[in-house]
Design a binder for this molecule. Structure first.
Ligand code: PLP
Length: 400
């Protein structure tokens, strides 16, 4: 028998497991609202035209070779990524206070940032929102940080528990790292208002807390790259320090290319030393990052015409999602489905946190072949004009 005979079967990832179950369902009418990826109105994955164009340019360029990138990745990509999130005129960039390294999408950026902090930052506690992307506690726990949560989502209002958030951050250790979703909080779709962000900023700075922003949806939430970076830029503008994890999975549709960036915004005199230590985190982990994805991103970001084309395609994705919110809300209203569904309109980004219980989720899977995570999160990007009425019928049946 195998030397691995004693190994237990590991549970399926709770998010990716939804798609596994969906794929096993033979019913042709099945609907998958579990995937965190954009789908067209026809239910198909989308490669942006501007991405196809950039790839063609790269293929046609005979000077391109397949040599290794440096440990920190493509320099041009790193520069452009910092500019994209912090803003073209960011004083932090001008003052050379930002170090950026290319990482394996958002997840890799969080992991590298987490390990760097576990080695070099004096307070190992990271506070994450109570309910957050399911991978956060695992990524930071394995990176060597102590994970603790702060209240965030209020099931009663299906909105932000701002009072709870303030209380919990106030009682967390001085200097704690605080994970913040830059926009379009996953899974709740609930973001602080600008006024609340300002209060969070003041509270955190007064307690010398270190912000760690996770930006997986810049431009994908509102349709505007600048608007979705407002929270981050408030924290950069005060001159204080922060970490920033960026992903191009959603906003450029580069999911499987695994392209992202980690920035550390500190002071000019530490930047070079910080970068040297980030290299020591990365080198034994995967040596150096991939070449294709960041080359696409850099090609688009450095060319104003391609950049503009990207913003138009990005806004079209965001607008389709926003219109799905309105259509679902209207469909429930017209059915007279009991309950207040206004949170479907108020929440932002790829997901709606419906408030459906795990029993109701199971009922909808059983009776309607509609798949979502057991916490009642549905991907608005997976809906279409054709499937909204089916989902509305299912929700109506589940709650009545
Ligand atoms: N952070 C949040 C909040 C996310 O929702 C996701 C993806 O779903 C990620 C990070 C990481 O995504 P990726 O590693 O594909 O960039």
């Amino acid at each position: 028998s195998s030397v691995f005979a004693g190994i237990a079967q590991a549970p399926e990832d709770p998010i990716l497991g939804v798609t596994v179950a969906y794929n096993k369902d033979p019913n042709p009418a099945k609907i998958n609202l579990g995937v965190g990826a954009y789908r067209t109105e026809e239910g198909k994955p989308l490669v942006l035209n501007v991405v196809r164009r950039a790839e063609q340019m790269l293929i046609n360029d005979p000077s391109r070779v397949k040599e290794y990138l440096p440990i920190v990745g493509l320099a041009e990509f790193n520069k452009l990524s910092a500019k994209l999130i912090f803003g073209a005129d960011s004083p932090a960039i001008k003052e050379n206070r930002v170090v950026t390294v290319q990482c394996l999408s958002g997840t890799g950026s969080l992991r590298v940032g987490g390990e760097f902090l576990a080695r070099h930052y004096h307070e190992r506690t990271i506070c994450i929102p109570a309910t957050t992307w399911g991978n956060h506690p695992k990524v930071f726990g394995l990176a060597g940080l102590t994970v603790r949560s702060y209240r965030y989502y209020d099931p009663a209002t299906r909105g932000l528990d701002f009072k709870g958030l303030v209380e919990d951050l106030s009682s967390a250790p001085v200097g704690s790292i605080v994970l913040l979703h830059a926009c379009a909080h996953n899974p709740t779709g609930v973001d602080p208002t600008i006024d609340q962000w300002e209060q969070i900023r003041q509270l955190m700075r007064s307690k010398s807390m270190l912000p760690f922003f996770d930006s997986a949806y810049q431009g994908f939430a509102s349709g505007s790259l600048d608007k979705d970076a407002e929270s981050v830029r408030m924290f950069v503008a005060d001159g204080g320090e922060l970490l920033m994890a960026q992903s191009y999975a959603k906003n450029m549709g580069l999911y499987g290319e695994r392209v992202g960036a980690l920035s550390v915004c500190g002071s000019a005199d530490v930047a070079v030393r910080v970068e040297s230590q980030l290299k020591l985190v990365i080198r034994p982990m995967y040596s150096s990052p991939p070449l294709h994805g960041p080359s696409i991103v850099a090609t688009i970001l450095k060319d104003s015409e391609m950049y503009n084309e990207w913003t138009v395609e990005l806004k079209a994705m965001a607008d389709r999602i926003i219109s799905m919110r309105q259509q679902l809300f209207d469909a429930l209203k017209s059915r007279g489905t009991p309950g207040d569904w206004s949170h479907i309109l108020k929440q932002i980004g790829m997901f709606t946190f419906t408030g459906l219980s795990s029993e109701q989720v199971a009922f909808m899977r059983q009776e309607y072949h509609i798949y979502m995570t057991s916490d009642g999160r549905i991907s608005m990007a997976g809906l279409s004009t054709k499937t909204v009425p089916i989902l509305a019928d299912a929700i109506h049946a589940a709650v009545t």
